[in-house]
Design a protein around this ligand. Structure first.
Ligand SMILES: *Cc1c(COP(=O)(O)O)cnc(C)c1O
Length: 432
């Protein structure tokens, strides 16, 4: 078990985060509850920003907001000086409502609708990351109509297979994202965008997947993309000023996960940019990265109340909690592993392995496959670690479960940043 950020075991043997005892938090806000360690999120932002600097290479760190987004998070990201990537009209709307500086917003997505593109153009969003030819034409028409210029990157697929789960690996040759660097038509598209009066072609984007532990995968991606930049120059005489390498930096969930040192990795990456550029004899492009999970995952802890425990006839030990796959989908979706503890009994001896399951009417409603716990009693508080990324943002109302509240904790104080949903919220769009 690993404790991140400000998370400690206090003198009462209780789990404490951001100087707040989780027992007090549960009393005040009830369960299930997403607790975010604000200081740790800020530290991760600073780690990326301060490590990704070089004298020779211009850089930018963009937070991939699909991992975890709300108004408070937009404000935090802005305060820490990171840029923001959004992938839908809804995420864009959130950023605009939070008054996030539009010039630092990047709009992603493989099938942005006409309405979404219009919204982005209307609000002068900094950069649109185009996915395909149709979208390039659609955007150009909107820009022409409104006489607006907009910066664009083109997402390309460099055909890399990073070692990760199939659903989160995005760059094999059959991925739905981007245009292939092996296709002749992609050169023509780049040329077309570059020639367009209202599209300011800035460069290329690629993202090779998520939860990647091999630095080599990113170095390979960089090498392929730098070579491609040269090929583009040779084939259609277009200069690529910016190269966005996406995100996907792996994090620790359970024993055996071995994330690389971000500081060392980013320094090495920028050295390689310099070396590759001089080896290929091309100008050094600006390099952008888009961490999502690595910024927020370890800052999040979900607190649940224990109900019953059950030993099946087949011998499996279940512990039931008051949440479900509706607030924790990654185990069901990706077969992901997590660590869990009893937050009110941190010093009690571990009894055995439990499967943590929730309230949903699905056998697949598993939150933690193997939790090493003391024998749980009803009303114990079970904490699941590293739930800061892709938990709230992937939550649903399945079984008409209400979404938990999200709180930020820091220096002994706590505040709600997203309220708990109520039964009234569940029916707000119903028409009798
Ligand atoms: C999801 C995504 C990211 C962030 O991935 P993480 O694994 O959370 O770092 C970055 N860029 C793009 C284009 C993405 O789709």
């Amino acid at each position: 078990m690993k404790l991140f950020g400000t998370t400690i075991i206090n003198e009462k043997g209780h789990l404490e985060i951001g100087g707040c005892c989780t027992m007090e938090l549960v009393k005040k806000y009830q369960t299930p509850l997403y607790v975010m360690d604000e200081a740790h999120i800020r530290n991760q932002c600073r780690l990326f920003k301060e490590s990704f600097i070089s004298d020779k290479v211009d850089t930018e760190v963009i937070y991939a907001s699909k991992a975890f987004l709300n108004l408070a998070m937009c404000k935090l990201i802005n305060e820490e000086g990171l840029s923001l990537d959004v992938v839908s009209g809804g995420e864009l709307y959130t950023a605009l409502k939070a008054h996030f500086p539009v010039e630092r917003i990047y709009f992603h997505g493989n099938n942005k609708t006409e309405e979404e593109l219009h919204m982005a153009v209307k609000h002068d969003i900094g950069t649109i990351v185009l996915d395909n030819q149709y979208e390039a034409h659609l955007l150009s028409e909107i820009c022409e109509k409104h006489h607006k210029h907009i910066n664009v990157l083109l997402r390309v697929n460099p055909g890399i297979e990073a070692h990760t789960h199939e659903y989160i690996s995005t760059t094999k040759n059959d991925s739905k994202f981007g245009e292939s660097i092996f296709s002749e038509a992609t050169f023509e598209l780049i040329k077309w965008i570059d020639d367009h009066e209202f599209l300011n072609f800035r460069g290329l984007h690629s993202h090779i997947g998520s939860q990647i532990f091999e630095r080599e995968s990113f170095y390979r991606q960089l090498g392929i993309m730098m070579t491609y930049i040269k090929t583009v120059k040779q084939n259609v005489n277009v200069c690529i000023d910016e190269l966005n390498l996406g995100g996907g930096f792996g994090i620790y969930y359970v024993d055996g996960d071995t994330p690389f040192d971000i500081n060392i990795f980013l320094k090495e990456l920028l050295e390689k940019v310099e070396n590759d550029a001089s080896g290929l004899n091309i100008p050094i492009p600006k390099i952008l990265i888009e961490p999502g999970r690595a910024i927020v995952a370890n800052s999040g802890t979900t607190l649940y109340k224990v109900g019953s425990t059950k030993k099946t006839y087949g011998g499996k030990h279940y512990v039931f909690v008051d949440g479900s796959m509706a607030d924790h989908i990654r185990t069901a979706l990706y077969d992901a592993d997590y660590e869990a503890v009893l937050a009110n009994r941190m010093n009690d001896e571990i009894e055995e392995n439990y499967t943590v399951t929730g309230k949903c009417c699905e056998s697949g409603d598993i939150l933690v496959k193997t939790a090493k716990l003391p024998k749980p009693n009803p009303k114990d508080i079970l904490a699941v670690f590293s739930t800061g990324a892709y938990h709230y943002s992937m939550s649903s109302n399945y079984n008409l479960m209400t979404r938990p509240a999200v709180i930020f904790v820091k220096d002994g104080s706590s505040r709600v940043v997203v309220k708990r949903e109520t039964y009234t919220d569940l029916l707000r769009n119903n028409i009798e």
